[in-house]
Design a protein around this ligand. Structure first.
Ligand SMILES: Cc1ncc(COP(=O)(O)O)c(C=O)c1O
Length: 379
């Protein structure tokens, strides 16, 4: 793939060794957060890892720990309906293999994070976007759903980078449409544990919710516990038993072909989830702190607007539409040494928008975001 202008400018700036205010961090282990390294290492000190008990769904003790974690979020999920995977990305891959025939479409939200394109095409299914519309809150644009030869519907709640949860009305309407057509729903909930200002009717977890359609909820250690390096995610199935049972039997076959989750991390999972609670709190505090700092930095006369967010790790900043968001990102990089993601990376279509990572260490976030706001005021 050819390098785009922004990637080239970033590479050149990094090579020059000059200062760089990177507001695109996505790896929680690399943003100066306190990680209890010793406790994490001790979580793996389990002699049981000397033996191998292959199981397509994963070890019962690990699945029970995931079920307990859902209970923490108020959702009841049977351990038997949980599959462990190596990551949410792998969960998508397994489900696309399970649900799609080559060439079929999977409906994916737009704007959203750009990995679907690759995840779907690598499994020979075709991502077909449906729009999310913004009117002060994000909604599904139901007119944009095209159900021709569709294998599954993907929802991301909270979505990245819009930070929007599915509202009850949208959720129920979508599930009814899915049930009517016999279509399964894949619900990516990896950011559900990072609320900022959820709407009162936000659906905080599809898992365990009474639901007329076959639904697969995705979660994992990568975001909720800030432990992407552990490579452990999960799929929780819900919906009518008559649909769930055969789907899980088929998913057993797919997962049994790979058995990709290591025994050590499965044994460590109960403890990693406990440790992850502390990491999650630190990430959450960081995200809330940076968002408040950004909101405070936008003066009354600023031409910038901070879009509301219900959850997640990102802030969307609307900047004056005097140039495209790609040109804004390039100019900020070249003139101000600030790296941001332009909204078009996520198919945001709201004029010129920039996406800032709220994971960024404050000592980088504050001067970096101040530079963005100053550049926007200069115009
Ligand atoms: C919405 C969403 N889902 C899934 C993922 C991937 O998560 P994992 O690291 O578990 O593959 C990301 C990564 O940024 C994401 O933004």
């Amino acid at each position: 793939m050819p390098e785009n202008r922004l990637a080239r400018a970033e590479r050149e700036l990094r090579a020059s060794g000059g200062p760089l205010f990177d507001l695109t961090a996505s790896n929680p282990t690399a943003v100066n957060l306190p990680y209890p390294a010793e406790a994490i290492a001790r979580a793996f000190a389990d002699p049981a890892m000397a033996s191998y008990e292959p199981s397509p769904r994963g070890l019962a003790s690990a699945r029970a720990a995931v079920a307990a974690d859902y209970a923490r979020r108020g959702a009841t999920v049977e351990p038997d309906r949980i599959f462990l995977t190596a990551s949410s990305s792998e969960s998508y891959a397994l489900l696309f293999k399970l649900l799609g025939n080559p060439g079929q479409a999977v409906l994916v939200p737009e704007p959203s994070y750009p990995l679907f394109e690759y995840l779907a095409r690598l499994e020979d299914v075709v991502p077909r976007p449906y729009r999310l519309a913004f009117d002060g809150r994000w909604h599904i644009d139901f007119h944009s759903l095209d159900f021709t030869d569709v294998a599954a519907i993907v929802v991301v709640s909270p979505n990245n980078p819009t930070g929007s949860y599915l509202g009850t009305e949208d959720c129920d309407r979508l599930l009814a449409l899915a049930a009517e057509r016999g279509l399964p729903v894949i619900s990516d909930e990896v950011f559900a544990d990072f609320p900022i200002a959820p709407a009162p009717d936000a659906v905080m977890a599809m898992a365990g919710r009474p639901c007329p359609a076959l639904t697969f909820s995705l979660g994992g250690l990568s975001k909720a516990s800030g432990l992407p390096q552990m490579k452990l995610g999960w799929i929780a199935a819900s919906g009518p038993s008559a649909l769930v049972k055969p789907a899980l039997a088929n998913l057993d076959l797919v997962a049994d072909t790979y058995l990709s989750v290591g025994t050590p991390v499965q044994l460590a999972l109960p403890r990693l989830l406990e440790i992850g609670a502390g990491i999650r709190n630190a990430i959450h505090e960081r995200v809330l702190r940076n968002r408040q700092a950004l909101a405070d930095g936008i003066g009354r006369d600023s031409p910038c607007t901070l879009l509301p967010a219900e959850a997640g790790w990102s802030a969307i900043l609307r900047v004056p539409e005097i140039m495209s968001d790609e040109e804004w990102a390039l100019r900020l990089l070249v003139q101000d040494a600030v790296l941001v993601q332009p909204g078009y990376f996520f198919d945001l279509r709201l004029g010129a928008t920039l996406v800032l990572s709220l994971l960024t260490p404050p000592e980088v976030f504050d001067p970096g975001s101040a530079r963005v706001l100053a550049a926007a005021s200069r115009g």
